[in-house]
Design a binder for this molecule. Structure first.
Ligand code: AP5
Length: 212
């Protein structure tokens, strides 16, 4: 099974991808996480991507398509995977379709996380991520037991640099301009399921599981 989690920044794609991975074992393929790993490792790709990510712009299509092309060769993808934050443009969606078709595969279902922009500012400014294990928290809706410390591995939590109000506004504009056309793109293919992403994390999870 191959799933796409499509939605604006902060809509809960990463949260639900991690839950589905834990429940069903399909790996989460997050292009955002892959790019941040490159930044952390100081690769030239990471250095180039950092400038764009810090200002809320998209990284070039060829870069993210190449990363996904490499990642899906891994043996853990053989029974399927969850694409979190990819594709983000029609060019990426077309490239993904071609890539999968060359392996006689196709996207099984696209989940659109529908949520008003106003909700997203609070979600993103309150998000905290573990510097070591990437576990995710929210200072109000999913707080860690000890403020600033990861429940799982006791490492420090940090706020993402692109989670400032200014950069969030830019990311939302980029989503509406460049990514939202994918809703129609996948709807026309008859594989789109729209979720109410304002609902609690447990309700969103139940809705996804019920649609599988
Ligand atoms: P990326 O890392 O993919 O960020 P994003 O899409 O902007 O998504 P987020 O990770 O911010 O949010 P999310 O929907 O996963 O929400 P989450 O579950 O964390 O991309 C970052 C950058 O990398 C991009 O701007 C771009 O520059 C580049 N990039 C990445 N992919 C690219 C691509 N394909 N092409 C080009 N460039 C690319 O939840 C957010 C918060 O809300 C958390 O604190 C969580 O606890 C809380 N929360 C989640 N669900 C709920 C709920 N139901 N109720 C209450 N709170 C909730």
């Amino acid at each position: 099974m191959i799933f796409i989690f499509l939605g604006p920044p902060g809509s809960g794609k990463g949260t639900q991808a991690k839950r589905l991975t834990a429940l069903r074992g399909w790996p989460q393929l997050s292009t955002g996480d892959m790019l941040r790993a490159n930044i952390q490792a100081g690769t030239s790709l990471g250095l180039e991507a950092k400038k764009l990510m810090d200002q809320g712009s998209l990284v070039p299509d060829a870069v993210v398509v190449g990363m996904i092309q490499d990642r899906i060769q891994n043996s853990d993808c053989v029974n399927g995977f969850i694409l979190d934050g990819f594709p983000r443009t029609v060019v990426q969606a077309e490239a993904l379709g071609n890539l999968l078709a060359s392996k006689s595969l196709a996207v099984s279902r696209v989940f659109e996380f529908l949520i008003p922009d106003e909700e997203l500012i609070a979600r993103l400014t309150g998000r905290r991520t573990c510097t070591k294990c990437s576990a995710m928290f929210h200072i109000l809706s999913a707080p860690p037991r000890v403020p600033g410390v990861c429940d799982r591995c006791q490492s420090d939590l940090e706020q993402r640099k692109d989670d400032s109000v200014e950069v969030i506004s830019k990311r939302l504009k980029v989503y509406h301009d460049q990514t939202s056309p994918l809703v129609q793109y996948y709807s026309k293919k008859g594989i789109l399921t729209t979720l109410d992403a304002v609902a609690s994390m447990d309700i969103v999870e139940k809705t996804i599981l019920a649609s599988l």
